[in-house]
Design a protein around this ligand. Structure first.
Ligand code: NAP
Ligand code: MG
Length: 502
């Protein structure tokens, strides 16, 4: 368990940080070809942190060309699996050595609490990289069940040059979810971090280089979605893109692919995830703790956030009492204060978007919160609506607002839970095992948790049903499917007589 420092100590680390601000291409930092930059700010203070390279199509072209060169000459893709493993394990170790600085950098750039960065984001990122590294030399290919006259090998090969387009809600962790299996497979990658949160990806690329990752294998091209994301999505020499973000942008990537080289597209999109609590749920205190964590963790900026509490009538009042009590302990404040649980929303634009939902919430039945604490900060808010199609219950808010919907029983709960275009995650709380399992089967979501909120762990695949995404899963051994493709090698062993068998 990470030992936390004091606010003053974190402040001192922040003041001493050297911010990586240039793009990382072909093993070294370089400014955008145009020389342009954009300002990245700390959303908790509004203070500018630095000027980041504002890359564009020509920088993407360079990064893709370098990634292609690296892939084709085999400096990484054809290394012995054990050697690739060693390099990634060295990276994990280097990150451990720099964990504190990474946590502070992540917090400053995103508004996330230092508590989360220290206890979840950074250690989990390291764990994910290590897990995939360890897997590299333990995956076997297959032999198909042909007749003895043939031998058919079914082998997995790295996809090639991969574009990774990232969101701002878990900058390091989403990077690890994607580069872990991509680098393990032997791919070369071009990462496009979200403009709001580019700094930790740049630092990680620098550490990877120090760990011995050959140049050109991991490139980070900073800039906006339209200037960097789109050229990457349309690039004729990118073999696949793995994207996490909004459904609107995900849809664009399908167009980019269709209009260019039919690159593979993997999409991890949003969610409006239901959390069902039935009358017979046990230990309401524990349920409430899960509900609050599910709704307010990372200020609700979580694609798998439990944002809809679908609760059976008989238990509603007692549950809401406890949920309120737990939520009150989630204090809002300075993200660098280790006692704070709710930090700043990622940007003024996102804060403005979430504020419109807060306004809508004030017109409904408020059970908690409803106020803006300061510019960028919104207190945990619980609002009940009477219609499941109310926009608070239907749209992904991506902020600390939990919407409550009362239901009469199991069937209605499942029907409302499924009445959404999304299908990323769902939870069900009940002491009735049969109902729990029936519910888990009936819920149309990629991950269903029973009597808990969560996303599984690195060993379990994560991804969405319906408009929450498709094309592959992050995490687990299944993530490797994204970054590899199958090849059949068919050998004819027929004895035509007179062969060397005689
Ligand atoms: P977004 O626009 O989908 O951003 C995700 C990534 O796509 C960023 O790197 C972004 O770059 C890039 N991008 C944006 N427009 C693009 C375009 N036209 N072509 C190519 N790439 C493009 O998400 P957002 O605007 O940051 O957040 C909006 C909403 O998305 C949130 O409120 C939330 O509902 C959802 N979201 C979901 C997740 C998730 O984990 N599933 C994560 C974040 C957000 P720039 O941002 O640098 O321009
Ligand atoms: Mg920032």
């Amino acid at each position: 368990m990470t030992e936390l420092l004091t606010r003053e100590e974190y402040g001192a680390i922040a003041a001493a940080l050297e911010l990586p601000c240039n793009a990382f291409i072909d093993g070294s930092f370089r400014p955008a070809a145009s020389g342009k930059t954009f300002t990245t700010t700390n959303p908790a203070t509004g203070v500018a942190l630095g000027e980041v390279a504002a890359c564009a199509a020509e920088d993407v072209d360079l990064a893709v060309a370098k990634a292609r060169e690296a892939f084709d000459d085999g400096r990484w893709s054809r290394l012995h699996p054990g050697t690739r493993k060693e390099v990634l394990l060295r990276l994990a170790k280097l990150m451990e050595r720099n964990a504190r600085e990474l946590a502070v950098l992540e917090s400053l750039d995103s508004g996330k609490t230092i508590y989360d960065c220290e206890t979840v984001d950074v250690p989990e990122t390291i764990h994910v990289l290590r897990w995939h590294a360890e897997l590299i030399d333990k995956i076997y290919d297959q032999v198909a069940p042909t007749s003895d006259d043939h031998l058919a090998l079914v082998v997995r090969e790295a996809v090639g040059v991969v574009g990774l387009v990232l969101p701002w809600n878990f900058p390091l962790l989403m990077l690890a979810w994607k580069i872990g299996p991509a680098l393990a497979a032997g791919c070369s990658v071009v990462v496009k971090p979200a403009a709001e949160t580019s700094l930790t990806a740049l630092r990680l690329a620098e550490l990877a280089s120090e760990a011995g990752l050959p140049r050109g294998v991991l490139n980070v091209v900073t800039g906006s979605g339209s200037d960097v994301g789109e050229p990457l999505g349309r690039h004729p020499d990118v073999d696949m893109v793995s994207f996490t973000g909004s459904t609107v942008t995900g849809r664009r990537f399908l167009h980019y692919s269709a209009d260019s080289n039919l690159k593979e597209i993997v999409l991890e999109l949003g969610g409006k995830n239901p959390c069902i609590v039935l009358d017979d749920a046990e230990d309401l205190d524990a349920v409430a703790a899960h509900v609050v964590n599910g709704a307010f963790w990372n200020m609700g900026q979580n694609c798998s956030a439990a944002s809809r509490l679908i609760v059976q009538k008989g238990i509603k009042a007692r549950l809401l009492d406890r949920v309120r009590a737990h939520a009150r302990a989630w204090n809002v404040g300075d993200p660098l204060d280790p006692s704070v649980r709710v930090g700043a929303l990622v940007s003024p634009a996102h804060f403005a978007k979430v504020s419109t939902y807060l306004e809508a919430a004030r017109a409904e039945t408020l059970h908690l919160g409803g106020k803006i604490v300061a510019e960028g900060f919104i207190e945990p808010t619980i609002v009940e609506v009477s219609a499941a199609d109310n926009r608070l219950a239907a749209e992904e808010i991506f902020g600390p607002i939990l919407t409550v919907i009362e239901v009469a029983g199991f069937e209605e709960a499942i029907a409302i839970a499924n009445a959404t275009d999304y299908g990323l995650a769902a939870s069900i709380f009940t002491a009735n095992g049969k109902r729990a399992l029936r519910g888990a089967r009936m819920l149309r979501a990629g991950t269903v948790t029973v009597n808990s909120f969560g996303e599984g762990d690195i060993s379990t695949p994560f991804g969405g049903y319906k408009q929450s995404g498709f094309g592959g899963r992050d995490n687990g051994i299944h993530a490797h499917d994204q970054y590899t493709q199958l090849k059949t090698i068919w050998l004819d062993l027929t004895d035509h007589g007179g062969s060397s068998l005689d």
